[in-house]
Design a protein around this ligand. Structure first.
Ligand SMILES: [Fe+2]
Length: 578
C-alpha cells in the first residue's frame, strides 16, 4: 500500500512523507524548496512532487493520503474547555462552540487543491484525517521500533484543541490516557516567553533553551505563570497564551503575552545585547517547563515506565533537548525515543504511520533521516558552471581525507553529501563542519558564517566507538535530540562543542547509516586524536537548511566560508578553475 502523509495543518512546517508497504521512502519539508523558513501558510506541493519522483511512482499510484488534523465533535470537551477559558474574548469562545471546525474545513480545501494540483486526484484517492496529537504520538511510537508497552507523550503549541497528551502504545495501538486543551499549553507558554525574550515563536525556543544555562533559575519565581498541582495544570491567561484584546502590542504586532506580564517582568527584550534580567528569566522558564513536564509524565506514565522503561516523545516541545535529558534521567527510564522531526513537519510521518497501522501494515523502525533529495557529482559541477560567481572547483580522489586535512587545519568546511536530512538537524549531509578541539572555530563560524546569536551552542558528531566514553552512557543518540553530560577528561579535547553547563547535544554516527561521514570522522581522528567533529547545519541565520547544489553555492558566496565540498568536488574561492 502506498500512503502519502501531509503536514501543514497548523499553518507552519508543511512537509510530505511517503510510505510504501510500511517503509518510509521519502520525506521532506516544504521550506527547503521554497527557501522561506517554516514555509508559513503554505501546503506541501513541492514536497509531494518530490516524494513521488523519489519513489519513482505516478500520482495515480497513491492509495491513501493521511492528514494530521481531524474534525472535533461539538460534544468533545475540548471545544467547551476552549470556550470557557476564553470568556474574555467572546467572539473566539463562540466560534469554538458554533463553528469549531472552521480550520479543519479550510485545511481540507487546501489539501484537496494540493491533491488535484499534483495529479493525485482528490476524487479518486482515499483521504484520511488523523487527530493532530495522535499523529504526533504515532510519529514517535510507530517509528521507535519499541515492541514492549511504551509510554507516549506529545507536547506542542496546539493541534485542533489539544496541547498535551499522555498515552501508551501496546501491540501497535495507541491508547489515550489524558489530554490537556488550549489555552493550557506548555508549548504556548514557552513560546510566549520566547517572544517576550525577543525571539520568534516556533524558532527562538532553541535560543531560550541555549540562554538558560547562563542564567540563575532561582533568582525569579515565575510560578504564577502556571498553576500546577501534580496531575493537572492551568496556564495563567492573564499573563500568557492570550488572544485578542489581552495581547501586548508593539508596532502593530500582537504577542502571546499581556501588558500585565510586562508590568510584572519589565519591558520586552530587544536586540541581542541585553542580558540582565533576561537570561535569568530564560533559566526560570526552562526550569518551570522541566518541572511541570517531568511531574506530569511521572504522574500519568510512571507505572508504564516502571514496567518497561520505554518512552516516546513528539511535538515541538520534544525538540527541547534539556527536557529530554531530564526524561532520560528519570528513574526507570531505559530508553527515550524522540522522532527527530518532532515538530509539525513530523506529523506527515505520524498521520501516514497511524493509517498504515490501522490498515494492518507493519511500519519499519526509523534508522536514519536521509530522506530528502540527493544530487550527483555531475549535477554539482553543472550547478557550478551555471552559477553567477563562476566557482573554481577540483575533483577530489579521496574526499574524506581531503576534508579532514582542511578541517584539522582549523578551517570550517561546508559539507554537502547524499540525501538531505528530514527534520531540523543536520546530521552530516548538509552540514558546516569544524575541528572541535581547535580553539575559536565555533566563534569563527558564529561571527562570520552563520551570524547566529551567541546563545546557540555548537554540537558534536562522534563515532559510535567513542560515544560511551565521552557521553558516559549507552543511551542511543542518532539524531541530536538529547544532551548528555560530557566526561571531564573529554572537555578539554573538544571544548568547542561542550555547552556552558558541561553538556553536549550529540549525534552518534554509525558506519551503516552514513559511511562517508563516518570515514571523514575517522580521518579527522587520525589527524587530531579525537573521533569527534563539530557539526552545524548548512544555512545562515534565519534561512532553511540548504537543499540543492545551487542553494549551497548561494550560501557559500553569501558567507565567509572558504571551502565547500559537494559530493566529490571541492569548491574554493581562489581562482583555479577546474
Ligand atoms: Fe503539533
Amino acid at each position: 500500500m502506498i500512503i502519502l502523509g501531509l503536514s501543514g495543518a497548523v499553518f507552519h512546517d508543511p512537509s510530505a512523507a511517503l510510505f510504501i508497504d510500511g517503509k518510509l521512502v521519502a520525506a521532506v519539508e516544504e521550506e527547503r524548496f521554497t527557501r522561506d523558513k517554516h514555509a508559513k501558510g503554505r501546503f506541501p506541493h513541492e514536497s509531494t512532487r518530490f516524494c513521488l519522483e523519489q519513489a519513482g511512482i505516478k500520482p495515480s499510484d497513491v492509495d491513501v493520503v493521511a492528514f494530521p488534523y481531524a474534525k472535533i465533535d461539538l460534544f468533545n470537551k475540548a471545544r467547551w474547555h476552549y470556550a470557557l477559558r476564553h470568556w474574555y474574548a467572546p467572539d473566539r469562545a463562540l466560534t469554538a462552540l458554533f463553528n469549531g471546525n472552521r480550520r479543519y474545513r479550510r485545511n481540507i480545501r487546501q489539501a484537496m487543491r494540493l491533491l488535484d494540483d499534483t495529479g493525485i486526484d482528490s476524487k479518486r484517492v482515499r483521504f484520511v484525517p488523523v487527530e493532530h496529537h495522535l499523529a504526533h504520538a504515532s510519529s514517535a511510537y510507530h517509528l521507535s521500533g519499541f515492541k514492549e508497552k511504551t509510554a507516549i507523550v506529545t507536547i506542542d503549541g496546539k493541534g485542533e484543541y489539544t496541547t498535551t497528551m499522555f498515552a501508551y502504545g501496546e501491540r501497535g495501538r495507541i491508547h489515550k490516557i489524558k489530554e490537556f486543551h488550549d489555552p493550557d499549553s506548555l508549548g504556548g507558554l514557552y513560546g510566549a516567553l520566547t517572544e517576550y525574550l525577543g525571539f520568534d515563536m516556533l524558532d527562538g525556543e532553541f535560543k531560550v533553551m541555549g540562554m538558560a544555562p547562563y542564567g540563575d533559575p532561582n533568582r525569579f519565581d515565575l510560578s504564577r505563570l502556571i498553576k500546577y498541582d501534580n496531575c493537572s495544570y492551568k496556564v495563567n491567561t492573564k499573563l500568557t497564551n492570550v488572544i485578542g484584546m489581552r495581547r501586548y502590542k508593539e508596532n502593530d504586532k500582537g504577542y502571546f503575552f499581556s501588558p500585565q506580564l510586562v508590568k510584572w517582568l519589565g519591558p520586552k527584550r530587544h536586540g541581542d545585547a541585553i542580558d540582565d534580567p533576561y537570561i535569568d528569566y530564560a533559566a526560570s522558564i526552562q526550569q518551570l517547563l522541566e518541572k511541570v513536564a517531568i511531574g506530569l509524565i511521572d504522574h500519568y506514565l510512571g507505572d508504564i515506565i516502571k514496567e518497561t522503561g520505554k518512552i516516546c516523545f513528539a511535538g515541538g516541545v520534544a525538540l527541547n533537548v534539556k527536557l529530554n535529558q531530564r526524561i532520560i534521567d528519570m528513574p526507570h527510564v531505559k530508553e527515550l525515543f524522540v522522532q527527530p522531526a518532532a515538530s509539525d513537519a513530523g506529523t506527515a510521518i505520524g498521520a501516514a504511520t497511524y493509517v498504515a497501522m490501522q490498515e494492518g501494515e507493519s511500519v519499519e523502525k526509523m534508522e536514519h533521516v536521509y530522506l530528502g533529495p540527493s544530487y550527483t557529482t555531475q549535477q554539482c559541477m553543472d550547478a557550478c558552471r551555471a552559477h553567477e560567481h563562476n566557482p573554481a572547483w577540483e575533483l577530489l580522489e579521496d574526499v574524506p581525507a581531503r576534508a579532514a586535512d582542511i578541517i584539522a587545519n582549523g578551517n570550517p568546511v561546508a559539507w554537502f553529501q547524499g540525501r538531505m536530512e528530514f527534520g531540523p538537524r543536520a546530521l552530516g549531509n548538509r552540514s558546516i563542519l569544524g575541528d572541535p578541539g581547535h580553539k575559536g572555530v565555533a566563534d569563527r563560524i558564529n561571527k562570520k558564517i552563520k551570524y547566529r546569536e551567541r546563545w546557540r551552542p555548537f554540537c558534536p558528531s562522534m563515532l559510535d566507538r567513542v560515544a560511551t566514553d565521552i557521553l558516559q552512557t549507552d543511551h542511543p543518540s542518532p539524531y541530536m535530540t538529547f544532551t548528555f553530560d560530557v566526561a571531564d577528561k573529554w572537555k578539554s579535547h573538544i571544548p568547542e562543542v561542550v555547552h556552558e553547563d558541561g553538556t553536549a547535544r550529540a549525534q552518534v554516527v554509525t558506519r551503516d547509516t552514513n559511511p562517508r561521514y563516518y570515514q571523514l570522522i575517522e580521518e579527522l581522528e587520525k589527524r587530531t586524536g579525537n573521533a569527534v567533529i563539530l557539526n552545524t547545519s548548512l544555512n545562515r541565520r534565519g534561512e532553511p537548511m540548504v537543499c540543492s547544489p545551487t542553494d549551497a553555492l548561494n550560501m557559500f558566496y553569501g558567507s565567509d566560508l572558504e571551502y565547500l565540498i559537494m559530493e566529490d568536488i571541492l569548491v574554493t574561492k581562489e581562482d583555479m578553475h577546474g
